[in-house]
Design a protein. Structure first.
Length: 305
């Protein structure tokens, strides 16, 4: 055991020195910023509210500031004019996504449009989603279904107001409506909490948001990802297994009932494209599940916090 830890320490020191020397060589290319510490960079300057800490540092070092989060060089932009240059003028340069442990496991190796790195794959994925899933031709047929679900919600509100005379949690109603609409459009039917997991939909969504928001040492020190000192990777793997089994079950249900369905939901559409080979890139079950995860689960995170 002692030999293993000694080996890990040596690897850590060698890797850290390599990255440190590399950062020193490239330092002149970066904007001004606060002085950092070896290895950890500027992580010691950040507390529970990093955006507040960055704002304070920007008042000293300017609207374009360089910090190093562990071994990851980072540029902090704190003015609207500068942000416009990053997000509009030079967006193609800064459009990529960094390595992220949460996205690696929950987004099937960062295969969806939100977490994928910028490049040919991302452009093909965006074109795919825009053309086959988000076009007016695909969305408009669901109009009558959306109207019906809204009418059911209004009827439910009237019933509770008139007969029970109780305070109605409108946020919960809208969240439920949004979940039902998404379920019907994406999966073709509604699913109950227990269909996903015995813990329920809300608990799993909260767990996803918690793990995604928790700083992971593997994101700042890539070589520490395999060690999983915080236990986050283990929890991410367990959570991804739950979602994967649920999404795989949905795909299997659609494969078995495809000939019996008159209208097609998102899963049917993607299965058709997968079989026909129309996608301009390799497209299999993992890509379908990556899209489904983002399309269905991610939008509800803010509702439950």
């Amino acid at each position: 055991m002692a030999l293993i830890w000694a080996t890990l320490v040596v690897i850590f020191v060698v890797y850290a020195l390599y990255e440190l020397l590399n950062n020193i060589q490239n330092r002149k290319r970066y904007p001004p910023g606060p002085k950092g510490l070896p290895i950890i960079g500027h992580l010691h300057l950040l507390g529970k509210n990093p955006h507040h800490d960055f704002q304070k540092l920007a008042k000293i070092h300017g609207p374009l500031m360089y910090v190093r989060l562990g071994l990851v060089p980072t540029i902090v932009v704190s003015s609207a004019d500068t942000a416009e240059k990053f997000l509009k003028t030079y967006d193609h340069i800064f459009a990529s996504r960094p390595h992220n442990e949460a996205a690696l496991y929950l987004a099937y190796g960062q295969k969806n449009m939100i977490t994928a790195k910028y490049g040919p794959y991302w452009r093909n994925m965006r074109k795919f989603c825009t053309q086959y899933l988000l076009s007016n031709q695909k969305i408009n047929p669901f109009q009558s279904m959306r109207r019906q679900q809204v009418e059911l919600m209004i009827k439910s509100l009237k019933n509770e107001a008139c007969h029970h005379r109780a305070v109605v949690d409108l946020s919960a109603k809208i969240s439920s409506l949004s979940a039902d609409l998404t379920c019907l459009m994406v999966f073709g039917k509604k699913y109950m909490d227990e269909d996903l997991d015995k813990r329920g939909f809300k608990a799993l969504v909260n767990e996803v948001e918690h793990l995604a928001a928790t700083p992971n040492l593997g994101d700042f020190f890539p070589f520490l990802g395999v060690i999983d000192l915080q236990g986050l990777t283990h929890r991410l793997k367990d959570l991804s297994k739950v979602f994967d089994e649920f999404l795989e079950k949905i795909i299997d249900e659609h494969v078995q009932s495809r000939d019996q369905k008159q209208s097609k939901d998102f899963v049917d559409t993607m299965l058709d494209i997968m079989q026909s080979g129309e996608a301009e890139f390799q497209f299999d079950h993992s890509h379908i599940k990556a899209i489904l995860f983002v399309r269905y689960f991610i939008p509800f995170m803010s509702f439950y916090y």
